[in-house]
Ligand binder design. Sequence first.
Ligand code: ATP
Ligand code: MG
Length: 334
Amino acid sequence: MHDIVLIPGDGIGPEITKSVTTILDAAGADINWIKCTAGLTAQEELGNPLPDETLDAIKKYRLALKGPLTTPIGAGFRSVNVAMRKKFELHSNIRPAKTLPHIESRFDNVDLVMFRENTEGLYIGKEQWVKENSHAESIAVVTREASEKVIRSAFEYAKKKNRKKVTLIHKANILKFTCGLFMEVGEEIAKDYPEIEYEDLIVDNMAMQMVLQPEQFDVIVTTNLFGDILSDLASGLVGGLGLTGAANVGDDAAMFEAVHGSAPDIAGQNVANPIAFLLSALMMLEHIDENDLADRIRQAVYLTLEDKSVCTPDIGGSGSTTAFTEAVVKNLNK
Ligand code: ATP
Ligand code: MG
């Protein structure tokens, strides 16, 4: 039995969470869900968008499946999501992009996984005016320690999943210190994995290669800002953000979440697409080595995508969240 913290989240969060837990339970996942709250829901219920009970539960169980969260105005920090990543030192943001059957996209054989450094780079928030309204500057930080963590995670993932190649993305020709260090660490770590091919590419070339020939990439690792941009690009290659799962992984905890927001415009209407969140939950199952279970659910999803009458409107269907969920459950045993 796995104890996993479950945070349904705001907006469409509760609907897609219900869908995901229904499917996982029907598939026989041996999970004890520890239900917690955060975000706007927690602010309204408990007067705190990031309650201690929730933080304590994640600290204790070390695994969380988290719906989209809205950060209330005046919460005292920019984002509940970012605060949680910092608190649990979730150094690697992992986003697979894989072509789905029966979903319109520009490429047929994309199957890549992007590792994005999640704690530093240009995201540390060290910005200032040198002269108000006319001269601004921002500082990027790259450390050996954080670089090693994300790069090693990428190689370990490649090894575990039998992947063939790791591509490191940088701009070391211009950013000689920050990107230079990141690249140097990559070259060092690659030596520990002689069975995995290693290459590096400059980010502008990468942007072009990804739209010309994305099939050539396998595991990719990069710094925070490049990873932010390229992982959305990767999602676009396979049909968009609504079809992309994500994980934030640290040494002591991991949090799985959809990449889309709380979509308040469609909340409560039973039209939210649960696929992205479900793919995140499958990443979680793989993280706890429930690979067969994850595969079985993935196959059921693929089968369900064939029938547009049960799919949600955002992917051209005429169905609903619950119709899709029921169909996946039915397809689990096919
Ligand atoms: P937030 O402030 O939490 O980011 P948002 O409305 O910006 O909320 P996004 O995810 O950025 O949420 O949504 C952008 C658009 O995509 C919205 O119109 C939303 O309805 C749609 N959308 C997002 N997620 C889904 C989903 N799972 N299924 C269907 N439509 C979605
Ligand atoms: Mg948004």
